[in-house]
Design a protein around this ligand. Structure first.
Ligand SMILES: Cc1ncc(COP(=O)(O)O)c(C=O)c1O
Length: 421
């Protein structure tokens, strides 16, 4: 922290006071993080929960190595997708029996969109946000082409007006698909409001929870969301490539037609019949053999949330992101924070727009502050509240100021981008 010594002292005192105030929600000891690193990329790959290594070792050595194929019954591997689904469900406001884990968010989106087309026969429009994550847009256009929908791109802020305009024009909207939190800006959309607007025109609300699950209360059941998907490797800390999930509320399960019908979603899988008959409940959304080692890692990872109310995580997260923004604004002249200042509209990250964003991210990583870059010009600082402190927010902002002051971000080493940014 070379720069701005006069400003640092009061901010350091404030950080210490806030850390003391929020001591009860500091869950750092439930995670294994390298020392000397301020990890602000938990919105891309969450940190390693302390329970995971031993749990994986046990599953590999005992359930796989010793008990072999019997573990499908004895260790209940078969029901892991719905068992772990219930654990995820608790964290996103779903009653039991409505979430299934496995496959990728991309595939889960395909299932949700195709199922929506069956549930709204004759409706011809899919409304989605142009700022959605690329995979969501690819899937929207792909499914639209398959089922004959027209895709209307709308900013979620304009959704009620757009839906009314479409309805007034005589078209029926099948579904509205959007992300709860914008992956680039960290903007949090009003879920109950968007769902209500969607239902007013008779459409289904499909939500991507990748950037909200585990970071803030989602309230799926309370909001009346129709279908939801999400990944588990971000704020749920499931590990690289950990399986995604799909939420199908009980009221829609009978009508849910799985467009990827596989034997694990069959009513009687070991009857080995040649005709598909869907299982009862959310299990019908299963596809093929689940990634058991990844599921075991995720199940262990979720114990980091044992006894934790996501509402408390949210309070800590808001305080951290509020303070990170304040530190950036105090220490970095002209910083352009694109994440909303308003608590109600902010997810769990602070994003800064800068034409040199890539170089800034790399230079920060060089100083042990790990964030990421999102094209074209965004520095993303993800804030996974359970394992971060206010003092680390200040460390990150001071490093940001120092990078800019020293011009480190302009170093020619950063002129060429790696595959993963
Ligand atoms: C908002 C959002 N949706 C979808 C995806 C893609 O998820 P997957 O790689 O599991 O298909 C991501 C990945 O980061 C994401 O951030």
């Amino acid at each position: 922290m070379a720069s701005h010594p006069g400003q640092l002292q009061p901010l350091a005192a404030q950080a210490a006071r806030l850390d003391a105030e929020h001591a009860a929600t500091d869950l750092r000891d439930r995670f294994l993080l390298p020392s000397g690193v301020v990890y602000l990329d938990g919105n891309s790959l969450g940190a390693l929960p302390a329970a995971v290594p031993a749990a994986l070792e046990r599953v590999v050595r005992e359930e796989w190595g010793r008990d072999l194929v019997s573990s499908w019954n004895a260790a209940d591997w078969w029901n892991a997708p719905t068992r772990v689904g219930d654990l995820v469900g608790r964290l996103v406001g779903s009653a039991r029996g409505q979430v299934v884990v496995g496959d990728t968010t991309t595939l889960r989106l395909y299932q949700a969109l195709r199922a929506a087309a069956v549930m709204r026969p004759g409706a011809g429009v899919l409304v989605t946000d142009a700022g959605s994550f690329p995979t969501d847009l690819y899937m929207a256009h792909e499914v639209a082409a398959e089922v004959g929908w027209r895709v209307e791109l709308a900013d979620p802020d304009d959704l009620p007006a757009v839906l009314e305009r479409i309805a007034a024009g005589g078209e029926r909207v099948a579904a509205v698909a959007f992300s709860h939190v914008d992956y680039r800006t960290g903007r949090l959309w009003d879920l109950p409001g968007l769902v209500a607007a969607t239902h007013r025109v008779g459409a289904l609300a499909i939500v991507d929870l990748c950037h909200s699950a585990g970071a803030l209360p989602v309230g799926l059941d309370d909001s009346g969301v129709d279908l939801a998907v999400g990944c588990t490797y971000k704020f749920l800390n499931g590990g690289p490539g950990s399986p995604a999930y799909l939420y199908v509320p009980a009221r829609h399960q009978a009508a849910f037609a799985n467009p990827v019908p596989g034997w694990h979603g069959h009513a009687d899988p070991f009857a080995m019949t040649g005709t598909y008959e869907p299982a009862e409940g959310v299990a019908r959304a299963r596809t093929g053999t689940p990634p058991m080692l990844s599921l075991a890692a995720l199940e262990a990872a979720l114990t980091a949330f044992d006894g934790v109310d996501v509402a408390a995580v949210r309070i800590r997260s808001l305080s951290l992101t509020r303070f990170l923004r304040a530190c950036l604004e105090a220490l970095v002249p002209g910083v352009d924070v694109v994440t909303p200042r308003d608590d109600e509209r902010r997810g769990s990250q602070v994003s800064v727009r800068d034409e040199h964003a890539y170089g800034i991210v790399q230079a920060l990583i060089g100083r042990g502050v790990v964030g990421d870059f999102r094209a074209p010009d965004v520095v993303r600082l993800g804030v996974a509240a359970p394992y971060l402190t206010h003092t680390e927010m200040l460390t990150a902002a001071a490093a940001y100021a120092d990078v800019l002051e020293a011009g480190e971000h302009l170093d020619e080493r950063y002129a060429r981008r790696s595959i993963v940014t």
